[in-house]
Design a protein around this ligand. Sequence first.
Ligand SMILES: Nc1ncnc2c1ncn2[C@@H]1O[C@H](COP(=O)(O)OP(=O)(O)O)[C@@H](O)[C@H]1O
Ligand SMILES: [Mg+2]
Length: 245
Amino acid sequence: MSTAHTPLIQTKDLCKSYFNDDVATPVLFDINLTINKGEFVAIMGPSGSGKSTLMHILGFLDMHTTGRYLFQGTETGELTDDELAKIRATRVSFVFQAFNLLPRTTVFQNVQLPLLYHPTIKLAEREKRTLAAIKTVGLSDRKDFLSSQLSGGQKQRVAIARALVTEPDLIFADEPTGNLDSASGVAVMQALQQLHADGHTIILVTHEQETARHAERIIHIKDGRIDSDSKDFKRVIASASSSLK
Ligand SMILES: Nc1ncnc2c1ncn2[C@@H]1O[C@H](COP(=O)(O)OP(=O)(O)O)[C@@H](O)[C@H]1O
Ligand SMILES: [Mg+2]
């Protein structure tokens, strides 16, 4: 059952191993994590520490091996393939390092794309939402440009608008600035901050301190385990200061 106080994401002793030719490669160990609606969380850690694996599990692109993953209070291990597909299509969106835009297609068409699979959203509503998403990332004056006519930073902002247009509960961004120069990276992070200000929940994966700085909470992963969580740090400060009162 989901209530206003139910966390958006809750994992309990979540573990993940990859299996290739019966050889198990353990990658994530005892991940205990709670993320609430509206949070902007950065998951940091060195290359190979398990950031993308965790993001893929939390975003329903992959399954954990043991432990529990509750999404809005629902035990995800018990969902059918159809239910998982529906969550993937309507509740979560992804922004990847490589943009993944369609070439020879306009900004408007790229952003509109996920809505074409929603049979209940009619043309007028589709156009309204598409233009609003493009406006949020500051590209209204480029809406009729082909994706090939955009800079890297603009392409990534189109990908963010496309992630936003379905109004998902959760947006994942995996190394979204990894292919960008620093000025374009800042513009992309400002677009994500705008989404956060508008009330969206964002999980950002990065190995760059400068990029993670934009989030309000930073979780460090090391060798597949949570090494630190700035939320715990804030709780320690809060309890220390309240005990002084
Ligand atoms: N499909 C796979 N099969 C086996 N091992 C994998 C697979 N995908 C990733 N790994 C391993 O899991 C570990 C974590 O990878 P990943 O989650 O991509 O880390 P990060 O995103 O932090 O760089 C790495 O050691 C990687 O080699
Ligand atoms: Mg990765």
